[in-house]
Ligand binder design. Structure first.
Ligand code: FES
Length: 67
């Protein structure tokens, strides 16, 4: 059976969605924190908006959970 390919948030550094989620769960609250968590650095920076969206989504989920 073929395994699904991992979804990448950052193609330059090979950061997968699950890596970014793990970084956010560990407290990353800006893209630079995600890069640091993944021991990488921004290159083209095309992924920064997606990372911000992921962080925003997590923040809103936590806020709704607290209401
Ligand atoms: S896609 Fe992330 S730095 Fe290029």
């Amino acid at each position: 059976m073929e395994r699904p390919s991992p979804m990448y948030v950052c193609n330059c550094n090979g950061i997968r969605e699950r890596d970014a989620h793990a970084a956010i769960e560990a407290g990353a609250n800006r893209p630079a924190d995600i890069f640091r968590h993944c021991q990488s650095r921004p290159q083209c920076a095309k992924c920064v908006c997606d990372m911000r969206r992921m962080i925003q989504c997590r923040t809103e989920a936590l806020r709704h959970a607290a209401e």
